[in-house]
Write a protein that binds this ligand. Structure first.
Ligand SMILES: *[C@@H]1O[C@H](CO)[C@@H](O)[C@H](O)[C@H]1NC(C)=O
Length: 534
C-alpha cells in the first residue's frame, strides 16, 4: 500500500525516520498514527490555541449525505491528517465514513484501520492555508460525528488531534434549531436573558428545553468570552470564547481551573456556530445542548444556577491573552434555562471596593487628621481635658486607633477575596504589609513610652514621629498603586489626578500649617515682649 506509506511518511516527517528508520515504512506504524494522530516527532505537540480551523457546511446530516469539510489556517501548514470519529465515543480510534477529494494535488486519501479512504493527508510539504474535502456519511453512521485534524505547521511545530465541529444525525437529540426534520424554528420560549457591560453583550435564548442559543458581541480587538461559574471567583469555570484570528472568528469552549489560561479548548457540544466581524465588533452565536452526555468535556449543565462572567481582551494568532480588566460578574447566580431577566453585573467585587474605601478612609481622613492634630494643635486648649487627658491627645489617640483598626480590617479583605496572596498585584501588597506592620508598631511603642519627664522621652518622640511619617509616605505610595489595581476599576487617569490633588493639598496644608504656627508663635512672642517693655 504505497499511498499509505507515503502519506504517513510525510506526516511523521524526517525526524521519525532518523529515530526509527525502519518504522517509516512498516505497516504497523500506519495504524498507530491513525489511532493517536500524533506525528511522533521528538518534540511534543503545541498546547496553545492553534491558528487552524475546521469547518463543515452543515451541522446535521443523514446517512449517505455528502458534507463539505474545510481546513483553514491563518498561518500556513505543511502537513495534516484529517479523520471523522464517533463523537459520543471519544475513546474509540475507529474512523467513521469516507472522504472524497476536491483537489488531488493538495490532498490524498488514506486507509486507516483497514477502512479505505477514511482519512485525508497532504501530498507534499508544500505550504498551504486551505484544504477542502467531502465527507460521505455511511449508512450506519453514529448519531454524532466529530472531525479531528492534526496539523504540522513546520517540522516540529504541530498540533495533535485538534477537535473540529460535531455534526448530528437528523432526528437525533440534541436538535439544532435549523434542523430540517424538526418542526420549524421554535420561537424562543422566553424573551432573552441579557447581561450587558458598556460594550459587551451576552444574550441567552432557549429554544425548546433541549438547547440554548448564546449570542455574544463585543469589541473586535481580540476575543470576547463568557463563563459559567459556581461562585464569583475565577476558577472551575465553563468558558465560551469567540476569538478573532486574522479575519476569522473561532468559537470554542474551554475550562478554566484556576486563575489560569483556559484549557481543553474545543468545539465539542457547540453547534449552529455563526460569527460576524464588522464595525469594530465581534458577534458570535452558537447553540449548546442543556446537558452534554459526554462528561469528558467538562461542560456544565445549563439547568443549574451560575454566576455569569463576561469579559474581553487581546488575542494573537488566535491565542487569548489575560483580560485587560476585571470581568463583568453578575450580581447573583442565574439559572440559564430559568425565566427571562436582565441581569446586573459589576466589575469591582464589593469586597475589593470595601478594601479600597476603608484604606482611603484610614489614610486620607482619620490618619492624616490625627497626625495634623498631633503636629499643630498641641498648644490649643491647654487647660481643658477630655476624660482626664489633654484634648489633642485624646483626639489624636482616638483617630489613630481608628486608623489602625480600619487598616487591619481593610488589609484582611483582599485575602478573603483571593483566598491567598495575589501574584498579579505587583508591589502594592508588599507596601500594604509594611504599612500594617508599622501601624502596629506605633501604638505598641506609644503604650510603652517613657513618661513625659523622662530624659529618654525625646527618643520616643523622634521615633514616633519618624515611623509615623514613613508609614504615611508608604501608605500614600500604596494608595497610588492600589487605585490602579484591576480589581478596583476606577476611571483613570481621574482617580490618580484626584489622589495627586489630595496629597498636594495635604502636603501644602502641612507646610502652610507649620508656617502659620511659626508666624502665630512669633507674633505672640513679639507682642508679649513689647508689652513687657512698655
Ligand atoms: C455541503 O457540501 C456538499 C458538497 O459540496 C453538498 O453536497 C451539500 O449539499 C452541502 N450542504 C449544505 C447544507 O449546504
Amino acid at each position: 500500500m504505497p499511498p499509505v506509506g507515503l502519506g504517513v511518511l510525510l506526516l511523521i516527517s524526517v525526524s521519525v525516520c532518523y529515530w526509527v528508520p525502519a518504522g517509516c515504512y512498516a505497516n504497523g506504524k500506519v495504524t498507530k498514527v491513525c489511532g493517536s494522530m500524533e506525528p511522533h516527532h521528538d518534540v511534543h505537540g503545541q498546547t496553545a490555541h492553534s491558528p487552524y480551523h475546521l469547518e463543515t457546511n452543515t451541522t446535521t446530516f443523514s446517512p449517505g449525505e455528502s458534507i463539505k469539510v474545510i481546513l483553514t489556517g491563518t498561518s500556513f501548514f505543511e502537513g495534516f491528517l484529517l479523520q471523522a470519529r464517533d463523537a459520543a465515543n471519544q475513546g474509540s480510534v475507529t474512523t467513521v465514513g469516507t472522504f472524497t477529494l476536491t483537489n488531488r494535488n493538495k490532498a490524498q486519501l488514506l486507509t486507516c484501520n483497514k477502512h479505505q479512504d477514511s482519512a485525508v493527508s497532504h501530498t507534499s510539504n508544500a505550504r498551504q492555508t486551505e484544504v477542502c474535502v467531502i465527507w460521505n456519511a455511511p449508512a450506519d453512521a453514529p448519531k454524532q460525528v466529530q472531525f479531528f485534524v492534526s496539523v504540522v505547521t513546520h517540522y516540529n511545530v504541530f498540533w495533535v488531534k485538534l477537535p473540529g465541529p460535531v455534526i448530528y444525525q437528523h432526528g437525533v437529540a440534541p436538535h439544532p434549531p435549523q434542523s430540517d426534520t424538526t418542526p420549524p424554528p421554535v420561537q424562543p420560549t422566553t424573551t432573552p436573558t441579557i447581561l450587558t457591560g458598556q460594550i459587551n453583550i451576552l444574550n441567552l435564548r432557549h429554544f425548546s428545553l433541549q438547547s440554548v442559543i448564546f449570542e455574544l458581541s463585543g469589541p473586535a480587538e481580540g476575543y470576547i468570552a463568557f463563563a459559567l461559574s459556581w461562585d464569583t471567583w475565577m476558577g472551575n469555570d465553563d468558558v465560551y470564547m469567540c476569538v478573532k484570528d486574522g479575519d476569522r472568528v473561532s468559537v470554542s469552549a474551554a475550562f478554566v481551573s484556576g486563575r489560569t489560561h483556559p484549557e481543553d479548548q474545543s468545539q465539542f457540544g457547540l453547534s449552529s456556530v455563526l460569527w460576524r466581524l464588522a464595525d469594530g465588533a465581534i458577534q458570535c452565536r452558537f447553540s449548546r445542548p442543556v446537558k452534554l452526555v459526554n462528561q469528558e468535556a467538562a461542560r456544565y449543565d445549563l439547568d443549574q444556577d451560575y454566576f455569569l462572567f463576561l469579559t474581553n481582551g487581546h488575542a494573537q494568532y488566535g491565542k487569548v491573552w489575560k483580560h485587560s480588566h476585571q470581568p463583568l460578574i453578575s450580581t447573583h447566580n442565574k439559572r440559564i434555562t430559568g425565566p427571562p431577566e436582565v441581569l446586573r453585573g459589576s466589575r469591582g467585587p464589593i469586597i475589593m471596593k470595601m478594601h479600597g474605601a476603608l484604606m482611603l478612609l484610614a489614610w486620607m481622613l482619620t490618619g492624616s487628621v490625627g497626625t495634623v492634630i498631633a503636629s499643630f494643635y498641641k498648644p490649643d486648649w491647654p487647660n481643658q481635658t477630655l476624660l482626664g487627658q489633654k484634648v489633642w491627645f485624646q483626639v489624636h489617640r482616638g483617630l489613630m486607633v481608628l486608623t489602625v483598626t480600619l487598616t487591619i480590617v481593610a488589609f484582611c479583605l483582599p485575602f478573603f477575596y483571593r483566598k491567598g496572596w495575589s501574584k498579579h498585584a505587583g508591589v502594592h501588597p508588599y507596601l500594604g504589609c509594611c504599612v500594617l506592620t508599622l501601624s502596629l508598631i506605633q501604638p505598641t511603642m506609644a503604650a510603652i513610652r517613657p513618661s513625659a519627664d523622662s530624659h529618654r522621652r525625646y527618643i520616643f518622640n523622634w521615633a514616633h514621629w519618624g515611623i509615623g511619617s514613613v508609614t504615611e509616605i508608604m501608605a500614600v505610595a500604596a494608595m497610588f498603586l492600589g487605585i490602579r489595581q484591576s480589581s478596583l476599576p476606577l476611571p483613570q487617569p481621574w482617580a490618580t489626578h484626584v489622589l495627586i490633588g489630595y496629597v498636594t493639598w495635604l502636603a501644602s496644608f502641612r507646610i502652610e500649617g507649620a508656617a502659620m504656627y511659626l508666624c502665630v508663635t512669633l507674633t505672640v512672642v513679639c507682642l508679649t515682649n513689647s508689652n513687657g517693655v512698655s
